[in-house]
Design a protein around this ligand. Structure first.
Ligand code: PRP
Length: 210
């Protein structure tokens, strides 16, 4: 049975729906309670329900054979795993954002608030821009509003959070979608089962939901 780490939350629900459409429905999910492990109705896969930022840890260390997480977390954490499939779910983008009209002129060291430390360092280093990195864990948009930072590097999906805090996109860093990743050893030893699952997940998408 393949073990699959899925990200709790909005993206996880979309991913479960995709697995159900691909032939792995899971009725246990209709009444999840506080359970963290679910078996699909055909007993071919087992889902682990984990924090998005922990998916790569489960897969890299082999507790899960496969996992689904955003490209943003893959770029930030660079786990030693194989990236198998772009599921084209959870579409959003990583951006640099700041107060409307912000130009950065006259600022020698740009103060950047973010939870994506590695991506921010790489992005601004490539531009030859000095930054003072301000690591935060959430509500990043607050930082420039209260003067903690000049700009932020964060995820934008609908743009509502930026708008409501009078911030605007200054620059797009990269688009983000959910990716299927595999543990390297599992990929070798469970290659047929993983290949079959990839083919089913990548097939035509139906409108049906679980
Ligand atoms: C994410 C992201 C933005 C928001 C963007 O935060 O960090 O704050 O979603 O979405 P929008 O463009 O649709 O408004 P999340 O909800 O994960 O919470 P966080 O602030 O704790 O990171």
């Amino acid at each position: 049975m393949l073990k699959i780490a899925l990200p709790k939350g909005r993206l996880g629900e979309q991913v479960f729906t995709r697995f159900a459409q691909a032939g792995f429905p899971c009725h246990q999910l209709l009444d999840p309670g506080r359970r963290l492990i679910f078996e699909d109705d055909t007993h071919r896969v087992q889902f682990f329900w984990v924090k998005p930022a922990d998916v790569a840890v489960y897969v890299e260390r082999g507790a899960a054979d496969l996992g689904v997480l955003g490209k943003d977390l893959l770029l930030e954490e660079r786990p030693q795993v194989y990236e198998l499939l772009d599921l084209k779910l959870g579409r959003c983008r990583l951006v640099v954002a700041g107060p409307q009209g912000f130009t950065g002129e006259g600022i020698h060291t740009l103060r950047v608030a973010t939870k994506f430390r590695r991506i921010a360092r790489d992005h601004f280093a490539a531009q030859g821009r000095d930054i003072d990195l301000i690591p935060l864990n959430g509500s990043i948009e607050l930082a420039p509003v209260v003067g903690l930072s000049d700009v932020i590097l964060d995820i934008v999906e609908t743009g509502a959070t930026l708008r409501e805090n009078k911030l605007t996109v200054l620059e797009t860093v990269c688009p983000v979608t959910a990716r299927l990743i595999a543990n390297k050893t599992s990929f070798q030893f469970e290659n047929a089962a993983i290949g079959e699952l990839c083919a089913l997940l990548d097939g035509p998408i139906q409108e049906e939901t679980i």
